[in-house]
Each structure stands twice: as C-alpha cells, then as structure tokens.
Design a protein around this ligand. Structure first.
Ligand code: NAD
Ligand code: DAU
Length: 359
C-alpha cells in the first residue's frame, strides 16, 4: 500500500486533494495528513474521511524538525505532497515574518527530513519515492499585456511577501534537485476556487457577503485579472504530475480562464440570484448595489495567466470543469454549508475582517 504524507491537508486545496485521492484510489493508498491547524486549517473539512482506516491525522508544525523527522521514521513514506503554507497575500502584507518561517523554513525542514529518510549510503534514493512541492503562479510576478503568459521558463519576479516566500521555497526545492538529485517536482498553479475555501479569499468572501447582505469590497478599479481553476482539477493535476511527470521538472497548472475581479463578482451576484428561490428573503438584497470600491492592495499584481502547455503535452492533463459550471457548484456548496461558514467566520475572523476592511 502506497503511503502519502500530505502537509496542510486541513486547508482548502489539501482537503480537496485528500477527498479526490480517496475517491480515486479508495483503500489502496494510505494518507497521513500533517497540519498544525492555523486559522486556515479546519478538521471539519475532513469529516467524511476521518474514520477511514487508511487515514491518519497528525497535528504538527512543519517547522518542527523533530516532529517531522519522527513521522518519517515511524512511517515508510512513498509520496510527499507539500501544501502547508501561509497562503493569503493580504495577511503577508501585514505580517510577513510568519510567511518566511512557514513557507521557507518549513519547506527546508520537509526537504531535509524526506532526504534523510529516503537517501541510500551511495547517495542515491530508495526506489519510487517522490516529493511534490505545491506552488503558485504568483512567483512569476505580474503580466501587463493580454497576450503574455507564464511559462515554466518565465523568470521569477515575486512582489508580495507571500509570493517572495513561495519563490524562496521553490528555489530550495530546485537546489535540492540540482545538488542532491532529490526526487521532486514543483507545480505552479493559478487561483483555485471551490468548496472549503476560507472566506478571506475573493470568491468565498463575496459569496458570504452577498448572503449576509454586506458590502462587496473591490480593491482598486476591480480590473485585476486572475486565472481561475476549479480545485478538483488542481488535485487531479497534482496526482498526474506525481505519477506521470518527469522527475526534477516544474509543471504550470492553469485553466485558461482569465477574468477581471469585477467580472467574477458580477457572475457571483447573477448566479446567486439564479439559484436562490424568490421566497428566500436574502435574494432581494443581492444586487450590484452591494459593490463597493475600496483602497487598492499594496503592490497589487495586475494580471496572472498560466500557459498549461507543458502539462497538457507531456501528461495529457487539461481542466475539466468549465467556470460556468464550477462557480455554480461552488455557490451551491456554500449555500448548503451555512453551518461550516458560520463556524469559520466566528471569533477571530470577525476581528480580521474589521481590521482589514474597517467596515
Ligand atoms: P490554506 O491557507 O487554505 O491552507 C494552508 C494549510 O496549511 C492549513 O490547513 C494550515 O493549518 C496549514 N499550515 C499552515 N502553517 C503550517 C505549519 N507551520 N505546519 C503545518 N501546517 C501548516 O491554503 P490553500 O489555499 O489550500 O493553499 C495550499 C497550497 O497551495 C499553498 O502552498 C499555496 O501556496 C498553494 N497554492 C494555492 C492557490 C490558491 O488559489 N489557493 C493557488 C496555487 C497554489
Ligand atoms: O494565483 C494563485 C494565488 O491565488 C495563490 O497562490 C494564493 O494562495 C491565493 O490566495 C490567491 O492569491 P490572490 O491574491 O490572487 O487571491 P485573493 O482571493 O486574495 O484575491 C483575488 C483577487 O481579488 C486579487 O486581485 C485581489 C482581489 N480582491 C480580493 C479580496 C479578498 C478584492 O478585490 N477584494 C477582496 O476583498
């Protein structure tokens, strides 16, 4: 039975990945989820799998060398899928240090522990061991022209403390591959959306605010472009890269689905109005009047757009969920999981929201 060590599995993409993997492989794999449960980690995201015999949760910090080495000593890990990170750009602007700590130092600890567990006396590695580092398109910086795209060869030019720390972590993985021939891959993905996303990010924040009748805070002119991918398509790509990708390679993952933020917000309003029955009292206040332009994000990247040519040509991956369908699935999920939203927006979230939006 192949054993996966997933870091950050209680977060948005990690939990969707774990669901995807159990759906695909059932009892033929074992997943060990290592997560320290920051504000973004939520075991409620994994309720459906927590009683499986082939699922283990370990609460540990990826910067804790002893804890991580012990996991590698206790279990014969075949695959590492490294999601754990501080992931929100706005938080990185306010408090950069924890991003360096978790994203850079945490990745160094993961690499060192895996290397120590997998390395053979001759400098080679035990057979069929692989480490996948989950990264972001933000490391490539910002595009200005509509016909430009991020390729795997695009030079790194991160702007925010978040993207700089992810770039640092990518560089460490590259250094381990170059120096030690460490068996790894890097994936750089565009913006994900879907179930279980913490409502500090654009799409769940806007859905929640619409349902609550609260203002929809649009940064700057609302014309910044992001390339949106349904999270399950990302999970599938990660698995395909790990099983079919060439070792030591980077693969860009994206949906060719570029939209301005204001377009996304208008689609959310329209889709909510379409889905909610007329009898739902929330429907009346879900209109474009909620849109409120606010101060721009500092250093706000203008446009991201991934060219997923390499992963398509080499591995045959392509996005399967069209945005029209994905956004409907996502909105329905949030409507049906009111309790989940209530739980994640109580307490600290209210403090974060009022400090961030001064609302
Ligand atoms: P998230 O913020 O929802 O989840 C992060 C998870 O990591 C949480 O469960 C948190 O508890 C855990 N974590 C944080 N610090 C930790 C530590 N020190 N030790 C152990 N666990 C820790 O993030 P996400 O949106 O699911 O992103 C996952 C990964 O994918 C990140 O590496 C991010 O950079 C990358 N990524 C995200 C997107 C996106 O659109 N969300 C796109 C491309 C790449
Ligand atoms: O591109 C991949 C990245 O996508 C990931 O690496 C990050 O982890 C993830 O958080 C995401 O970063 P963004 O900064 O692009 O996502 P966010 O949802 O924070 O913002 C999307 C866009 O919406 C961005 O242009 C800022 C804007 N925005 C965001 C919020 C939260 C608003 O206009 N208003 C808001 O309230």
């Amino acid at each position: 039975m192949r054993t996966y060590l997933v870091t950050g599995g209680a977060g948005f993409i990690g939990s969707n990945y774990i669901h995807y993997m159990f759906k695909k492989y059932g009892d033929s794999i074992r997943i060990i989820n290592v997560d320290v449960l920051t504000y973004a980690g939520n075991l409620e995201n994994l309720k459906d799998v927590e009683n499986r015999d082939n699922y283990i949760f370990i609460k540990a910090d990826i910067t804790d060398k002893d804890a991580i080495s012990k996991i590698f000593e206790t279990y014969d890990i075949d695959r590492v899928v490294h999601f754990a990170a501080e992931s929100h750009v706005d938080r990185s602007i306010k408090n950069p240090e924890v991003f360096v700590q978790t994203n850079v130092l945490g990745t160094a600890v993961m690499l060192n522990s895996a290397k120590a567990a997998w390395e053979l006396p001759d400098g080679g590695y035990k057979p069929d061991k692989r480490f996948l580092h989950v990264s972001t398109d933000e490391v490539y910086g910002s595009l200005t022209n509509d016909d430009e795209y991020f390729y795997e060869t695009t030079p790194y030019a991160p702007h925010s403390p978040y993207s700089a720390s992810k770039a640092g972590s990518d560089m460490l993985v590259k250094a381990y591959m170059d120096t030690y021939k460490f068996p790894a891959n890097i994936t750089n993905c565009s913006n994900n959306y879907g179930p279980y996303q913490f409502p500090e990010k654009l799409i769940p924040l806007m859905i929640n605010n619409c349902l609550q009748g609260k203002n929809l805070p649009v940064y700057g002119d609302g014309k910044n472009v992001r390339d949106w991918l349904y999270v399950e398509d990302h999970a599938k790509a990660i698995d395909m890269v790990q099983e079919q990708g060439r070792l030591f390679e980077t693969y860009n993952i994206g949906g060719h689905n570029e939209k301005q933020n204001i377009e996304i917000i208008n689609i959310i309003i329209e889709t909510l109005r379409e889905i909610l029955p007329d009898s739902d009292p929330r429907k009346a206040h879900i209109t474009k009047d909620l849109i409120t332009y606010v101060e721009d994000r500092k250093g706000h990247d203008r446009r991201y757009a991934i060219a997923p040519d390499k992963i398509g040509a080499e591995i045959g991956w392509k996005p399967e969920t069209m945005f029209k369908e994905g956004i409907k699935l996502t909105i329905k999920w949030y409507i049906e999981h009111e309790e989940w939203m209530k739980n994640v927006t109580s307490g600290d979230y209210q403090k974060y929201y009022s400090e961030m939006y001064k609302d």
